[in-house]
Design a binder for this molecule. Structure first.
Ligand code: WTA
Length: 679
């Protein structure tokens, strides 16, 4: 089966175009305390100061030896930042804060059951736990710098401890979001070549203690199927000493991490000074082909970039209580729960569970109790909380000075509720546009210097020079109202170093489209193609419209249409499948699956369910489609290609475009009647 529309209908084409909004300004109180209040900062990061300007971010860190070259462009687009420099990310996030702040909370963890005690981990305790775990990884598992280890951990303190332990050793961590299925985790284990998996027996979500260990066995089996043996599975227990999973431990392979750790009590492991361009971690994300991409992030460039953006965009001060309620299993959590806030020595809140359980007051109760003053979340969560508890925030006594949104376009209506009700009109709001690949923010407003505009992320971040190109590579000028592909003209320290094991795919996906001269060593010839549609207003602010490729962003989670389609094809009855994005009030976008059956098979709810179950199994529940439509046939070109654009048009009640090239135009009306009647 081939699905290769000449023009796939992408998210950005079904984007709801809202008009440009008016500006909002932060309060004088906010401005008075902000980290960036002098407009000269914008000049310091102007284009004629590039790339030297980024030394300002790097100097927020402690280096074992300084770099000799700030940016090496000799092998485009494999940029190298801070060449010659050495540092340790764990040292920067933990050790260097001990002298002044050993008793300060590094993490405050709030378990889901509200009667379970909050756990405070001071920098001192974090240091100890990270050292013990690092000793275990080195001695029990035999891991060395450059080895990969996969985590499939939920939102528990063991996750950042394990990440920092790897960073201490120069071992590359690859955390797979806990909500992904065992099979999806197994694929990532195989791709990264990990022989160690760190997981947990169970975790709480929506009132249930979810069994998680079963997924580890599936993951190991899937990895083996793909040629990668896992010889060690370390299982943390959600309640140490008490195993909360129905899945047996496997002799010789599985061990309770809390038991093994006891052997390393009090052990200290010296942080290994790593070259700035040594990989720190892999983060897998969906792409246009079935195989997920392991985005490889560097130690020096990445850490400098997240430290700098945490300081100036999130306005983090060491004395703040900062809460980003994303999951650490996504890039947002890596950059802005763990590495950014900890490099600045602040207190970062972690929580288990969901924002709406046991009720939509949960976030505000936590904020009130812990005195959270910086809050960070995604539009999907804001939409959900607004729907379920529009008046809840007023019932709690908390005060945010600053709030971030990330992950999807935010509707101006939703933005205003966030500002007025959640922020009580007092908080500065920053909308941050960026990606797994980019390490940190690309488009946003400096909260005390650039006014907010609902629905727009803002201008390029400090030292980031975005541009919108049309398909031919011509610049789409600001203020024309025309949309195009947003690109970044220059490299920056947080940009990923490559796709693990797939250098050509890296160049093809992100740099080929607008490369002016493949022989050139000049970064000006290598713009970064972000894969998002955008419009730029005449004030320079960008509005992001959504993906222009075969990726659907559901509730802030990136899903590849090809991954969804191949999951459906594992169902015996299914002949063909097509995944399309539809506008969804709560989640921004949702997925609808269209499937046709093999000859002689009858459509039934049972088959629809099988399709959903297959997606749960292959990817995870987050990918579950909003609808599965069984259709008699797919609209196809004469050469047999499925026209996904036509299906997406029908699903969104939009114009289906030109159908004159279809081999079977009659199915368009058949599908339309079927679907539109059912909706
Ligand atoms: C989308 C999440 C509009 C965009 C950090 C991007 C956004 C994809 C915004 C990356 C925003 C992210 N406004 N859209 N503020 N932030 N996106 O890799 O389509 O999970 O390409 O990284 O999310 O998603 P990812």
């Amino acid at each position: 089966m081939t699905i290769e529309d000449e023009v796939p209908l992408s998210e950005s084409q079904i984007a709801v175009h809202w008009r440009e909004e008016g500006y909002f300004s932060p309060s004088p109180k906010f401005i008075g305390q902000a980290n960036a209040t002098d407009p000269a900062i914008v000049e310091r990061f102007a284009e004629d100061r590039f790339p030297g300007c980024f030394a300002e971010y790097a100097e927020l860190l402690t280096w074992d030896s300084y770099w000799h070259t700030i940016l090496d462009t000799s092998n485009p687009p494999f940029w190298q930042w801070f060449v010659g420099g050495r540092l340790n990310a764990c040292y920067n996030c933990v050790d260097r804060h001990l002298a002044a702040d050993r008793n300060k909370a590094a993490f405050i963890w709030v378990p889901e059951p509200e009667d379970e005690a909050t756990v405070v981990i001071t920098y001192q305790e974090l240091h100890r736990r990270v050292n013990e775990f690092a000793a275990l990884l080195r001695e029990d598992c035999g891991l060395e710098p450059g080895d990969r280890v996969t985590f499939h951990l939920p939102m528990v303190p063991e996750l950042p401890v394990a990440m920092l332990a790897c960073a201490r050793l120069g071992v590359i961590h690859s955390e797979v979001f806990g909500g992904f299925s065992g099979a999806a985790c197994g694929g990532r284990i195989a791709d990264s070549g990990s022989r160690v998996l760190v997981t947990m027996d169970a975790y709480h979500r929506n009132g249930q203690l979810v069994d998680h260990k079963a997924k580890a066995d599936e993951a190991v089996a899937e990895a083996a199927r793909q040629g990668q043996e896992v010889d060690r599975v370390l299982v943390f227990r959600r309640y140490p000493g008490r195993y909360s999973s129905a899945t047996p431990m496997v002799d010789g392979r599985d061990a309770f991490a809390d038991d093994v750790l006891a052997r390393y009590r009090g052990r200290v492991v010296e942080p290994v000074p790593m070259p700035a361009d040594a990989p720190l971690f892999l983060m897998y994300t969906s792409g246009t082909t079935g195989r997920p991409k392991g985005c490889q992030h560097s130690t020096g460039g990445y850490l400098a970039y997240v430290a700098g953006t945490s300081k100036y965009y999130q306005d983090i001060h060491p004395e703040d209580t900062y809460w980003c309620c994303a999951d650490i299993g996504w890039i947002t959590g890596h950059s802005y729960i763990v590495y950014g806030p900890l490099s600045l020595g602040t207190t970062s809140v972690l929580y288990e569970g969901a924002p709406t359980y046991p009720d939509p007051g949960r976030c505000w109760r936590i904020a009130e109790r812990l005195g959270v003053n910086i809050f960070h979340t995604a539009p999907t969560t804001i939409r959900m909380l607004r729907k379920l508890g529009p008046d809840e925030p007023a019932r709690y006594d908390y005060h945010f000075k600053h709030m971030t949104t990330v992950g999807e376009p935010i509707e101006p209506e939703v933005w205003r509720w966030y500002h007025r009700v959640v922020g009580k009109g007092e908080a500065a709001v920053v909308d941050t546009w960026w990606q797994t690949e980019t390490g940190g923010f690309l488009g946003s407003t400096l909260p005390a210097l650039q006014p907010m505009k609902p629905g727009s992320c803002g201008p390029g971040a400090l030292g980031i020079f975005p541009v919108i190109y049309d398909e031919e590579g011509n610049t789409v000028e600001a203020g024309t109202g025309r949309a195009g592909n947003i690109c970044i003209r220059n490299p920056w320290p947080g940009v990923f170093q490559g796709i693990w094991g797939q250098p050509e795919r890296f160049v093809d996906t992100y740099y080929r489209k607008y490369c002016r001269n493949p022989q050139s060593k000049d970064w000006h010839d290598w713009p970064y193609f972000a894969g998002d549609g955008a419009v730029q207003a005449d004030d320079g602010y960008f509005r992001i419209l959504g993906r222009v490729d075969d990726v659907i962003n559901v509730a802030g989670h990136r899903l590849g249409t090809k991954e969804l389609e191949s999951a459906c094809l594992t169902v015996d009855e299914v002949a063909e499948a097509a995944a399309v994005p539809v506008v969804d009030e709560e989640r921004g976008r949702a997925v609808e699956m269209y499937v046709s059956l093999k000859p002689g098979r009858q459509a039934s709810t049972e088959i629809e369910n099988k399709v959903s179950v297959a997606i749960d199994r292959e990817i995870g529940k987050i990918a579950r489609p909003k609808h599965v439509w069984i259709v008699s046939d797919m609209p196809k070109t004469r050469s047999g290609k499925i026209m996904r654009r036509v299906i997406a048009g029908i699903s969104n009640f939009a114009d289906v475009g030109d159908v004159s090239t279809l081999a079977n135009p009659e199915v368009v009306d058949d599908i339309r009647h079927r679907i539109q009647r059912a909706k």
